[in-house]
Design a protein around this ligand. Structure first.
Ligand code: NAD
Ligand code: TDX
Length: 332
C-alpha cells in the first residue's frame, strides 16, 4: 500500500496514526481534514513533506472526496465529531459528518474499488453493568445511547451494507477510550489534568463510578495498521488493552501525581444518558493478527501524558479558554 488517505488525520487519534505510518512503513499519506475546533494540526508539524500532505476539506463534500479516494490505494477513516457532551447540546453536526461523511467516502470507495478501513468506537454497543462478567465482543448487539454513539453505530451499519451489497473491501474497528498526548481538553483526562495544573478541582460527573477501558492512542494506531494490512475484508475487530478504571480512580491518580488530596474533587451533575461501563474483549485481534499493546501499565502511560500536558501548555491553553467559555455560555 503506497498511498493512504487518512480522514481526520489532523485530530487526536488520526494524527497519531499518520506518525505511526510514517515511522513504520514506506507509504505516503494524504490527510483530509476540515480542521474543526477539535483538530491538532500542530501534531503533524515536522513530518516529511514528500510523504505527508494535508488537504483541508469536508468528508461530506463529494467534489473534495472523490479525486482523493481515486488516487489513494486505501482509505483509513477517522474523521468524526467525537465528543458525547457536544452531541447532547447540538447533535446536527454529528449526523452530517458521521453519517453523510461516511456515506460520501463509501460511495467513492465503491466507485474506485478501494480498500476502506472504518475507525469506530465501543460505544456502539451501549453499556454494561459494573458487575457484569461479560465484556463487549464482535458479536455484541448494537445498542447506542447518545446522539454521538448512535451516529457512529449508523456509520458502522453503512459500512457493513456497502460490503454486503456492493462488495466494498472494508474492515471496521471498534476501540475503547483513548488517552495520550494531543487529546482535546474537552475530553475527560486532559480536562482533569489541565484543571489540576490550574489549581482547580477535577470535575467528575455523577457518582464517578462509571468505568472506561483506557488504551494509549499509540496502541490504537498499531492495531489499525495491523487490520489494514492483515485484517480480513468484511470483518470487525475490537481494540482494547484491558485498561478498565472508574472515573474516580483516574482522577485520584491524577491528583496523586500532583501531590494533591485524593478527595479534592468537584462532583457535578451527571451526563444525560451516561453509559455506566465499557469493557473490550480483544481476543480476535490478538489471536488473528498477533497484535499486543505496548502500554500495559496505565499509571505509567498516564504519568507520561500528564508530563506532556505540563510541557505543552502553549498548545492547549487557547482550546481550554474556548471550551470553558462554551461551558459557561451553556451553564455547565
Ligand atoms: P477528534 O475530535 O480529536 O478528531 C477528529 C478530526 O476529524 C479533527 O481533526 C476534525 O477536524 C476532523 N473532522 C471533523 N469533521 C470533519 C469533516 N466533516 N470533514 C473532515 N474532517 C473532519 O477525534 P478523535 O478522538 O481523534 O477520534 C477519531 C476517530 O476515532 C473518531 O471516528 C472516533 O469516533 C473514533 N474513536 C475515538 C475514541 C476516543 O477515545 N477518542 C475511541 C474510539 C474510537
Ligand atoms: O468533565 C468530565 N467529567 C467526567 O466525569 C468529562 C468531560 C467526562 N467525565 C466522564 C464521562 C465518562 O464517563 O468521564 C468519562 C469519559 O468521558 P469522555 O472523555 O467524554 O469520553 P466518553 O464519553 O467515554 O467517549 C470517549 O470514548 C469513546 C470519546 O470521547 C469517544 O470519541 C469515543 O468514541
Amino acid at each position: 500500500m503506497q498511498n493512504i488517505l487518512v480522514t481526520g488525520g489532523a485530530g487526536f487519534i488520526g494524527s497519531n496514526f499518520v506518525h505511526h505510518v510514517v515511522e513504520t512503513t514506506d507509504a505516503r499519506v494524504t490527510v483530509l481534514d476540515k480542521l474543526t475546533y477539535a483538530s491538532t494540526e500542530e501534531s503533524l508539524a515536522g513530518l516529511p513533506e514528500d510523504r505527508v500532505r494535508l488537504v483541508v476539506g469536508d468528508i461530506a463534500d463529494a467534489s473534495v472526496v472523490d479525486p482523493l479516494v481515486e488516487e489513494a490505494d486505501a482509505v483509513v477513516h477517522y474523521a468524526a465529531e467525537s465528543h458525547n457532551d457536544n452531541s447532547l447540546s447540538d447533535p446536527a453536526p454529528f449526523i452530517v459528518t458521521n453519517l453523510v461523511g461516511t456515506f460520501t467516502l463509501l460511495e467513492a470507495a465503491r466507485r474506485y474499488d478501494k480498500r476502506f478501513h472504518h475507525v469506530s468506537t465501543d460505544e456502539v454497543y451501549g453499556d454494561l453493568e459494573l458487575d457484569d462478567p461479560k465484556r463487549f465482543t464482535e458479536e455484541t448487539p448494537y445498542n447506542p445511547s447518545s446522539p454521538y454513539s448512535a451516529s457512529k453505530a449508523g456509520s458502522d451499519h453503512l459500512v457493513r451494507a456497502w460490503v454486503r451489497s456492493f462488495g466494498v473491501r472494508a474492515t471496521i474497528s471498534n476501540c475503547s477510550n483513548n488517552y495520550g498526548p494531543w487529546q482535546h481538553v474537552e475530553k475527560f483526562i486532559p480536562r482533569q489534568i489541565t484543571e489540576v495544573i490550574d489549581g482547580r478541582k477535577p470535575r467528575v460527573y455523577g457518582d464517578g463510578l462509571n468505568v472506561r477501558d483506557w488504551i494509549h492512542t499509540s496502541d490504537h494506531s498499531s492495531a489499525v495498521l495491523a487490520i489494514l494490512e492483515k485484517g480480513r475484508v468484511g470483518e470487525t475487530y475490537l481494540i482494547g488493552a484491558d485498561g478498565e478504571r472508574s472515573n474516580v480512580d483516574v482522577v485520584r491518580a491524577i491528583l496523586r501525581h500532583f501531590g494533591r488530596d485524593a478527595d479534592d474533587i468537584e462532583w457535578v451533575t451527571d451526563r444525560a444518558g451516561h453509559d455506566r461501563r465499557y469493557a473490550i474483549e480483544s481476543g480476535k485481534l490478538r489471536s488473528e493478527l498477533g497484535w499486543t499493546p505496548q502500554f500495559q501499565d496505565f499509571e505509567a502511560g498516564l504519568a507520561d501524558t500528564i508530563e506532556w500536558y505540563q510541557a505543552n501548555e502553549a498548545w492547549w491553553r487557547p482550546a481550554k479558554a474556548a471550551t470553558e467559555a462554551a461551558y459557561a455560555a451553556k451553564g455547565q
